[in-house]
Design a protein around this ligand. Sequence first.
Ligand code: GDP
Length: 489
Amino acid sequence: MDTIVAVSSPPGPGARAVVRLSGRSAKAIVEQVWTSVPESPDCGTDASSIPDRRAVLAGHFDDGVGLLPGYLFWMPGPASYTREDVIELHLPGSPPLVDAALAQLFLLGARLAEPGEFTRRAFLNGRLDLTRAEGVLGLIEASDLAAQRSASKLLVGGLGRRISALREGVENLRALAEASLDFDTAETGHVDTTQLQALAADLEVALGEALLWEERREPSKGRPRVVLAGRPNAGKSSLFNRLTMETRAEAKASELGRALVSDLAGSTRDGVSGIWRIFGVDVELMDAPGIEVVSESADASAKAQELARGERSGADLILWAVAPESVVEVQLQSDAQQLLETGNPVICAFTKSDQTSLQEGADSAGGISMTGLPPGDCVTLSSKTGAGISSLEDAVGEKLGLRRAGRDPGATVVAAAALGRELSARHKTAIQGALRALDEARGALVAQIPLDLIAETLREATDELDSVTGETTPEDLLDRIFAGFCLGK
Ligand code: GDP
């Protein structure tokens, strides 16, 4: 494996840039351009050589023109991200200086890494299984909280670990079945397979759990959730209709969409839910029952409020609608308090801005200070005319982390989300395939089918599981997965 190099910090100026090398010659290359300052704790007697063990050195990088001050992190393989020798140079984050440093490293024989090549090497060297590599990708590309959570679950090995344990279970079962073959030919011609059947049944249960885990992880099910709150007549339903107008129109135009919409509506019990698209990202918007004066609550409305509180605490953000007629200090303060207690971010929308007759009472600057929220978290809008809606999208998009600096958010998000969904579907198909094979094997055990045939069926289950962890994933799919990474990762 040749030695690769790339800048692994974000592009553009910054306090520091990280230049990362991986490969057999990493140390030999860098030693030609590095001098440690002697007081560096890990520095040996020779300031131009890098010690054999893991070390952090302060010193200077010679880019051919001058000396760049920086740090060197030396991680000899296999205790490194790629399991190869890895060096990270932390240099001043000025793009021309970083380019000069890279050019110097190319001259000395390092090659520019392909996108995702570091992670691909980690995968090829057995440091990460494919599900965790997908987690790294997902995390880099995550456009919102939900995608981030879903990717982190993969990255910490949630699926990979489950699948490896299951694979081991299936292999054990197969070994037992093969061992029993010897008895099969004994005079009775009959093997007691009760124990094997029980093992197969246990594995099926565990596979079912892995499938459920993957289904729950799916980012499409974990869209960011925004919950509408506000007093009756605050303009919540009108705002809900305005924000979900685009996706409802789409849904009407397609059968599939209609199913999706009714599905979502059903899942919210008494509330209504729809899709609000912000910067091309689908956000689930829920219109839950309002905040009401507590003392007059009949049972039904108490239940509704409890539901609304529940929805709000499960929310990623609360969109609080305030009508001009209810810009009243005590009321705003207590409502704000109640909402902030849920621990979720709150964006306040002062509604009905087109109602000029009410405009004075709705002095939104006054209203803003009454809520105690930062002015940037308050927007004045009209669901009727659409005024202020894009400012609301900016505020909410910002809070949910939907906008990504320097990139076309729509395109990146859509591409990453599509690949993520495809991979997740692959995982599920493979687990289902393994389940089918195990079920077949168990049936065959009951039916006293010859054990060598059963061992063969169990091998199919192992193959299915191997495709999840990447043991048997086709090369072109690997190419597509790793090409989705950015340079330097
Ligand atoms: P909810 O009870 O909070 O869901 O409030 P609604 O959405 O049902 O709105 C209450 C009333 O305010 C209705 O009569 C709406 O037509 C009216 N309303 C809501 N938004 C606007 C708006 O932007 N402009 C005007 N002029 N009226 C609005």
